[in-house]
Design a protein around this ligand. Structure first.
Ligand SMILES: Cc1cc2nc3c(=O)[nH]c(=O)nc-3n(C[C@H](O)[C@H](O)[C@H](O)COP(=O)(O)OP(=O)(O)OC[C@H]3O[C@@H](n4cnc5c(N)ncnc54)[C@H](O)[C@@H]3O)c2cc1C
Length: 423
């Protein structure tokens, strides 16, 4: 009888999960597994931990939710900590598995891991991270345009978003398979204290993702004003806040897309409904850029291969990190991220620009700190946006330097945001 490992990665959901469906169709028994890779859980880069408490909390909540859903289908989730290749090989041997299924990744390190795993295990990786399926792009990845607008226009014209897939009805797993979701403390992390200034109280998992979507689209119909409100800074209603759930795969971009289409049919269709999908296309673009350029998105010179800034010393990095630069708008944003694990898009653009253009500090430290702190950390969106602002990515204007004073006047004219995060 064939048994398969299903390795959950950034696809922590049962709905609209092509590779999970395939695994269930092709194998009578499935072993759902999640691995905390030691190198990500405890690793550092530039002296900055890779995993912060806010993101870990969200991830653990997502695993709890996934486990509960798996149990409803007759299965369970096994969670392990260790070196991913070793852990998965041990499970393969212990349970006598023939094959491993998992969602295919776009980012370099994750793709490398797939290759390493495939040396010892029979693997099936299937695409599933993006709104547009990679096989539906109107060109081979090598020909992916280096300018977003060209990409967007081509997919809007020539590609279709695929239909949603239902969750499996049942998943059979061996008797007694599964384990408890570890606590923060068991993993060696301090518990996180909620901050009531947080834009929303984020809760990981597919259920919470759907609750948020229902709130944003159907209960409050906030989607109808997204384009006018998306540059806000305070509170839950100014943008969708879908990013942490998307980053962990608690919800797929297609699930959001098809709800937007429904909203357009039953409530209204306007520039705001278009714009939310437009942003999901940005997300897609950074995933395809990461896939195309591999390791280059992590390099100081980016995909362009040249320095655009005369970099200085990193000595004052801690001031930026701790929200103590003396520039109140930058500091407020950094304090928000430190306290909650979230920062608005407007804030991210400004603090990134300040770090590189004003402080002349190597942008990779900032990106690494975002990786640690953001609950929506996604390698493609994070590094793609950083290199875009530096001017060594996909910005046809050669990078963005934000005038912080002007930004403050436009987006926080009464200083309310600065006041909220003054300490
Ligand atoms: C320096 C920098 C680093 C960033 N790092 C990340 C990251 O690690 N993870 C992440 O998900 N986003 C990142 N972003 C993009 C963006 O800031 C967040 O996706 C957005 O603020 C999340 O809030 P929201 O879900 O309310 O967005 P909304 O405005 O409601 O947008 C809807 C969705 O579209 C996608 N999206 C929106 N803007 C962007 C964008 N600029 N790039 C890619 N996707 C986008 C997100 O998935 C988002 O959830 C970064 C932006 C900058 C400038």
């Amino acid at each position: 009888m064939s048994r398969a490992i299903y390795w959950f990665r950034n696809d922590l959901r049962l709905e609209d999960n092509e590779v999970l469906n395939k695994a269930v169709e092709e194998n009578p028994e499935i072993l759902p597994v999640y691995v905390f890779d030691e190198s990500l859980l405890r690793g550092e880069q530039w002296g900055i931990e890779r995993m912060g408490s806010h993101r870990l909390k969200f991830l653990l909540e997502s695993l709890e939710d996934l486990k509960a859903h798996l149990q409803q289908l007759g299965s369970d989730l096994l969670i392990k900590v260790g070196d991913t290749v070793t852990v998965l090989n041990d499970i393969r041997k212990t349970y006598n598995c023939d094959v491993l299924y998992a969602q295919k990744a776009s980012a370099y390190d994750e793709v490398q891991l797939e290759e390493k795993l495939s040396e010892t295990i029979n693997t099936k990786f299937i695409w599933g991270e993006t709104l547009y399926h990679i096989n539906d792009l109107p060109y081979h990845l090598d020909e992916l345009p280096d300018i977003f607008t060209q990409f967007r226009k081509s997919v809007e014209k020539k590609a279709d978003v695929r239909k949603l897939l239902e969750a499996p009805l049942q998943i059979h797993s061996p008797q007694g398979f599964g384990s408890e979701v570890p606590s923060m403390e068991e993993l060696g992390f301090e518990p996180v204290e909620e901050d009531d200034r947080s834009v929303i109280q984020f809760l990981g998992g597919a259920k919470a993702a759907n609750d948020r979507m229902n709130y944003y689209l159907w209960d409050k119909e906030l989607l109808g004003n997204y384009k006018q409100t998306r540059n806000g800074l305070i509170g839950g209603d100014y943008s969708s806040k879908f990013s942490p759930w998307l980053a962990h795969g608690c919800i797929s971009p297609r699930q959001i897309y098809w709800q937007v289409k429904k909203f357009e049919k039953y409530v209204k269709k306007n520039s705001s409904t278009y714009w939310l999908v437009f942003e999901l296309v940005w997300r897609d673009y950074f995933h395809f850029v990461a896939k195309k350029y591999g390791n280059q998105i992590y390099q100081r010179k980016g995909i362009l291969g040249e320095d655009k800034i005369d970099w200085g010393s990193d000595k004052l990095f801690h001031l930026w990190r701790d929200g103590k630069t003396g520039e109140p708008f930058v500091d407020a944003n950094m304090r928000e991220m430190n306290a909650t694990g979230f920062m608005s898009n407007r804030g991210r653009q400004n603090v990134a620009s300040y770090l590189m253009h004003q402080m002349k500090i190597d942008w990779r430290l900032g990106a690494a700190y975002f990786e640690k702190m953001l609950i929506d950390y996604d390698p493609c969106s994070n590094y793609g946006n950083w290199i875009y602002i530096v001017g060594v990515g996909n910005d046809p204007r050669g990078g963005r330097e934000f005038n912080i004073e002007r930004q403050k006047e436009m987006y926080d004219p009464k200083g309310e945001y600065q006041e909220l995060w003054a300490n």
